[in-house]
Design a protein around this ligand. Sequence first.
Ligand code: SIN
Ligand code: CO
Length: 385
Amino acid sequence: MNIDQPLQLLGGLSPALFMSRHWQKKPLVIRQAIPGLMAPIDRAELFDLAAQDDVQSRLVIQTPADADRPWRLKQGPFGRKALPALKQPGWTLLVQSVDLHDARARALRDQFRFVPDARLDDVMVSYASDGGGVGPHFDSYDVFLLQAHGQRRWRIGRQKNLDLQPGMPLKILADFTPEQEFVLQAGDMLYLPPRYAHDGVALGECMTYSIGFRAPGAGELAQEILQRFAEQARDEVGDTLYRDPKQVAQADCAKIPADLTRFAQESVEKALQDPLALQRALGEYLSEPKAQVWFDSSNAPLDPTQGVCLDRRTQMLYDAAHIFINGESFLASGRDATLMSQLADQHRLSASDIRRLSAGALELLAQWFEDGWLQMDQQDESPSP
Ligand code: SIN
Ligand code: CO
C-alpha cells in the first residue's frame, strides 16, 4: 500500500498523515469515505449470519418505559423469530467478526491495512431499528464507524469522567457530555480514538460497520509470552539436578538455602536466554486464529503451477527472523523469507514465485494448503513454464 497517497477513504488524507494527525489522538468525520456505498451485507444476510452457531452476535433492546431495566442484552445465535419485529423501535443486532465469514467484509477490512495487521481486529456489523443504539459509552480501542445503510446521529465528547451506570448489562456512561453532533449518511465514516465517549442513534432503520482494532495489554502479553517460555523451559534448560556438596549443617531447618534460590534464578535465566524466544512467542500469540475459527482441510494437494492466496481466516505475520501463521512459527531467511513475507503482506503468491521457494518452504506451503490455510488463487493465471 502506498502510505503517501491521499485516500478518499480518509477524507483526502494519506495514510501517513491520518496516522500522524488522528490515530490514537483525535476524531475525524469523513463525508463519503466510500461514495455511493450500499451495505454489501444486507439485512437478510446479516440476520442469517446471526443465526449461525459459529458467529458471535448480541441483541440490545431499549426499554425506556421500564425504569429498572432500560437496557436488555441477549447473546446469540438468534433465529429470525428471536429478533424483534422490524417496526419495533429501539433495538440493535450486533454481529462480530463478519470479515471471517464474508469476503466482502474482509475486502473492506483490507482497505485499513495501513494499520499493522497485528492491530486489526474485526469488522462488526450492526443493524438498528429506528431509534436503536447501544447507548452512550466508550470503547477501549480505536474504531472506524462506517455508515453502510440509512442514517445515524452521532454525538461524541472528550470527557475525562468515564464512570459507568451501575447494574447495566452493557457499558452505559453515567454522565455523558456530548460536544459535537453529526448525522452520518451511507458512505460517511467516523474515526474515534480509544476512550472517546460516543452515542449513535439510528434515524430510521440503519446499518453501521465498525472496523475495530485490538491492543494487547501488558499483563496479557507477559502472561502469554511467559506461558510459551514455560512450555519450552524443560527442553531449553535440561534436567540437571540441584547439587549441594558444600551445604553445611543448618540449624534453621525450614529456611530455603540461598544456593537453591540462586540455582532457580539461573535456571529461569537460561530458559530466557534464547534471543529469539520472545519474538517467537509474541508472533505465535498475535497470529493465533480467533476462538471460533476452524479451517476446512483440502482434499486435493497443492498444484504448484497455480498461485495461492491466504484463506480469509488465516492470520499471517512476520518479523526479522520468523514467519508466523495461525499460531505457528518458522525460522526463515534469504529468498524464502522474502517470498513468505510477500505472501503475508499481499495475501497471495504467484505460481512463478512459488517456483522460487526452496524445497523445505514448498513443503510447508503444501502442508498449509492441505490444512485449508491457503486456497488456490483464482486471480493468478500465470502459465506454467
Ligand atoms: C453500533 O454499531 O451500534 C455500535 C457501534 C459503537 O458505538 O461502537
Ligand atoms: Co462504540
